[in-house]
Design a protein around this ligand. Sequence first.
Ligand code: PLP
Length: 358
Amino acid sequence: RKFNFSAGPAALPDEVLQQAQRDLCDWQGKGLSIMEMSHRSDEFVSVAQQAEQDLRDLMSIPDHYKVLFLQGGASSQFAMLPMNLLRGKQTADYINTGIWSKKAIAEASRYCTVNIAATTEAEHFLRAPTPAEIQLSPDAAYLHYTSNETIGGVEFNYIPDSGSVPLIVDMSSDILSGPIDVSRFGVIYAGAQKNIGPAGLTVVIVREDLLGHTLAGTPTMYDYKVHAEGESMHNTPPTFAWYLSGLVFDWLKRQGGVAAMAEVNQRKAAKLYAAIDRSDFYANPVAIDSRSGMNVPFTLADAALDKLFLQQAEAAGLLNLKGHRSVGGMRASIYNAVPEAAVDALLTFMSEFETQHG
Ligand code: PLP
């Protein structure tokens, strides 16, 4: 297998894919695959429950939080959040740090007045705001932020203070990259296809007291309480994605959990940024204390070389380094499943390319 730097759907651990391959036609000698089983069968329910327990263990999720395994992607959460969390209020605070924050804001604006509690837009989103820059409005229902802007490569290195209202985070691209204190949050949500598992699953971790206050007219499928009460089986859940994510959680535990992953992730990111900063040929514009540990965008000194860089990288077994279409350049996504050896191979390639073309 080659090294995959895709931002999402992203790399999965080799071991997990090998296990899935073994299970694919015959799950534990049952003579059928997990994909073909009823979600209400004892077999699937035990897979689902184990996955939830492993995620709870990995993130130390307190008992008064529900873990929901939903569909619709993080993008559906952009609407589900105001539908569930406004609780009679008309305003919500949002921090705007880039493309994904903006999408969340646009969707919330359909249901309430959005107050921009902080933004770095005037600085082209090249950093996260400082704690002192966050201005909460007096009547907001909650504060929302995006802990890691997958496209801009900007990550918060602290948890914002939301005062007396719930803090909501889109953690799609940095969930499980290191330890966090779940009790600081009202809701944590993440599309699975970056640092969890395959596309099709959305994980929502919600504090129990926030359930049951939906806006009038909220569709049944958009009500967190319905999914919490149905143990994420109100309708047919994304069984295969849930099962495979469970294998990833188990793999993470065997790696030593998120603290051990954080150490490797920090090493991977540090050596990649160091190489970029050392060179005049590569550049990353993000403020050092806001640089993402998961998504590392970088440009070449001459954009005319981008195509050649990508072609030669692919020939060297380094896949999906093209930057997001909205920003161009390159982006190396170095999620948990991207081994340190992948970053080392990328560094060797970048250095050789610079020698040839710099
Ligand atoms: N939020 C962030 C930070 C993302 O990176 C993405 C996807 O790339 C999304 C939200 C949207 O996720 P989905 O495609 O699951 O709706």
